[in-house]
Design a protein around this ligand. Structure first.
Ligand SMILES: C[C@@H](C(=O)O)C(=O)SCCNC(=O)CCNC(=O)[C@H](O)C(C)(C)COP(=O)(O)OP(=O)(O)OC[C@H]1O[C@@H](n2cnc3c(N)ncnc32)[C@H](O)[C@@H]1OP(=O)(O)O
Ligand SMILES: [Co+2]
Length: 162
């Protein structure tokens, strides 16, 4: 929820019916819901068993995404999802992260946007680095774009077309 919506009871009431952020004045795109939080894991079977068998969550099958260099398992949480990630192939973008974080760790957050192409143009103009030349099709069959963690307070941010 947009922070500005919580500053008065009236705005809070509006935000209950309008969950999307209002956006930046004059800007043509808006930030939406948290789609997922991704966790890089060294052992996918063990991590899946933790969420399914120990914590009782509903989990998806393991899906290989060779174009992203990862295997994914999605954990349903009701209000959002966890995306468990394990490297696939020699050039996986999460290999370096797992080398530094041997037990695994939080890898990225994914926030929906209502117009990913407009968001990219705007963010590039604000010197926020994007990590591919153009959006790629992500785990949900929709265009996604990653923003450099050094330009986002140390957090790797994935934007997904809503
Ligand atoms: C399927 C799709 C979906 O959900 O739809 C997905 O999620 S695919 C999910 C997997 N795909 C991606 O992550 C694609 C975007 N990611 C990338 O392009 C890469 O992973 C980078 C973010 C550029 C990092 O690459 P790499 O680890 O090779 O670079 P590096 O070791 O030189 O890292 C550069 C600096 O960024 C930091 N760094 C690296 N990964 C980070 C992360 N996940 N969160 C926060 N900081 C991170 C490093 O510690 C280092 O900081 P210091 O210099 O201070 O030590
Ligand atoms: Co993701």
């Amino acid at each position: 929820m947009c922070v500005r919506h919580t500053c008065s009871p009236m705005l809070r009431a509006i935000s209950n019916s309008t969950p999307l952020c209002q956006g930046i004045p004059g800007s043509v795109w808006k930030l939406g819901r948290l789609n997922h939080i991704a966790i890089a894991v060294p052992d996918m079977e063990k991590a899946t068993a933790l969420y399914r068998d120990v914590l009782g969550a509903q989990v998806s099958d393991k899906v290989p995404l060779p174009e992203h260099g990862v295997y994914t398992v999605f954990v349903e949480l009701g209000n959002t999802k966890l995306e468990l990630l394990h490297p696939l192939g020699e050039k996986s973008p999460i290999a370096g992260f797992l080398q530094k974080n041997k037990s695994g760790g939080m890898h990225h957050i994914c926030i929906e946007v209502d117009d990913i192409n407009a968001a990219i143009v705007d963010l590039k103009a604000r010197n926020i680095r994007t990590l591919s030349a153009k959006p790629r099709i992500g785990a949900h069959g929709k265009p996604v774009m990653f923003l450099h963690p050094k330009d986002c307070d140390g957090v790797l941010v994935e934007l997904e077309q809503a």
